[in-house]
Design a protein around this ligand. Structure first.
Ligand SMILES: [Zn+2]
Length: 351
């Protein structure tokens, strides 16, 4: 690692040269990025591989990167450079990536970052030893709109670059969508086979782990304790005790380790059946608790006694939602160690 950083440091220092300022480019081909990376009193220029210039304060890079701090402490290659001139540091990343990277350390930087920029910035942050930034990126990646809206594409990109935490965040985000080819649709063109196969296995494992919660008439995950220390148990007792006193057709369930009998009216059975179907397609806790799923259950036909038992349905739904999230959190092994790139580097073609 130190050797690699040393090589990088040497390359960066050896390509450092001077520039007169934002309006006096040392290279006629380079283009200023513009605000907020255009301060006239900035001491250095970061130049991207596609020749975009970023005017940066030295202290901001030193604060976030020990690598840059060390580099700035070394004597400059050209000692005759005047105070008005500033060194240019050529980087191998493109402008989109550098803009994304700097957005995490620069005030007033644009907050909207593309998936490609975010992945590139995460890789660059690790390369330049910017620990604070890549930790921040990992936290932001999973909750970002682009990952929530396009989790399959995000997963493939993160997986291909061996960004384990980002890949796991994208995989979790994918659970609220189906995983069939029709579900993925046009975004299939932005995926790659090995990564998609891993995501599909994870998705299927989560479906299997969660759908079995409501796959038969025994609900083992529900405690049948009469304890009133937890609200859901009180409501569960209410539903169980009043459901058998009418003449409606009942569905026979059992709950808990002691397999306590629970006879429910049609609305309960309908909800459980629908929850199973949903979890097979989308193993996502909020999917079984969504009002579009739960709301219509209260309108199903039942006598007033059975309808009263539905007062316990929200607690049942919430308990199932939490159990789904628990079971999903236990499915991690498929994503624990993203593999290395294939010999021909084909994993890296996704972004
Ligand atoms: Zn009834």
């Amino acid at each position: 690692m130190l050797f690699a950083l040393g090589i990088l440091l040497y390359k960066m220092a050896s390509t450092t040269r001077s520039s007169e300022g934002p309006n006096e480019q040392s290279s006629p081909l380079s283009t200023p990025f513009g605000p907020p990376f255009d301060d006239a009193d900035a001491e250095i220029i970061l130049r991207s591989s596609d020749l975009v210039d970023f005017y940066i304060y030295r202290a901001m890079l030193s604060k976030t990167s020990p690598l840059f701090k060390t580099m700035f402490s070394l004597p400059q290659p050209d000692a005759s450079v005047s105070e008005k001139q500033r060194p240019v540091i050529d980087l191998t990343e493109d402008g989109e990536t550098i803009a994304a990277l700097l957005s995490f350390i620069y005030p007033l930087a644009p907050e909207s970052i593309s998936l490609r920029g975010m992945i590139g910035a995460r890789v660059a942050a690790e390369k330049y030893d910017m620990a604070v930034i890549f930790q921040h990126l990992d936290e932001r990646f999973g909750v970002s709109k682009i990952v929530q809206d396009s989790p399959v594409e995000a997963f493939c990109a993160a997986y291909s670059h061996k960004l384990g935490e980002a890949a796991r965040a994208a995989a979790r985000a994918s659970l609220k969508y189906g995983m069939s080819l029709d579900d993925i649709g046009d975004k299939l063109q932005y995926t790659n086979g090995p990564a998609l196969f891993q995501l599909w296995k994870y998705h299927r494992a989560c479906s299997a782990a969660t759908a079995k919660l409501v796959s038969d008439k025994h609900l083992a995950w529900i405690t049948d304790s009469d304890s009133d220390t937890e609200p859901h148990r009180t409501l569960w007792s209410f539903a169980r005790s009043t459901c058998t006193t009418c003449s409606c057709w009942k569905y026979h369930y059992t709950v808990g380790p002691s397999r306590t009998r629970w006879d429910v009216a049609a609305p309960w059975h309908t909800y459980i059946t629908q929850a199973h179907a949903i979890l097979l397609e989308r193993p996502y806790g909020k999917a079984v608790a969504h009002r579009s799923v739960v709301g219509p259950i209260f309108n199903l036909e039942a006598c007033h006694i059975c309808r009263n038992t539905l007062a316990g349905l929200p607690a049942f739904v919430d308990l199932l939602r939490k159990e789904v999230e628990t079971r999903v959190s236990e499915v991690r092994h498929f994503l624990a160690h993203p593999p290395d790139t294939s010999p021909d580097g084909s994993y890296r073609r996704s972004i």
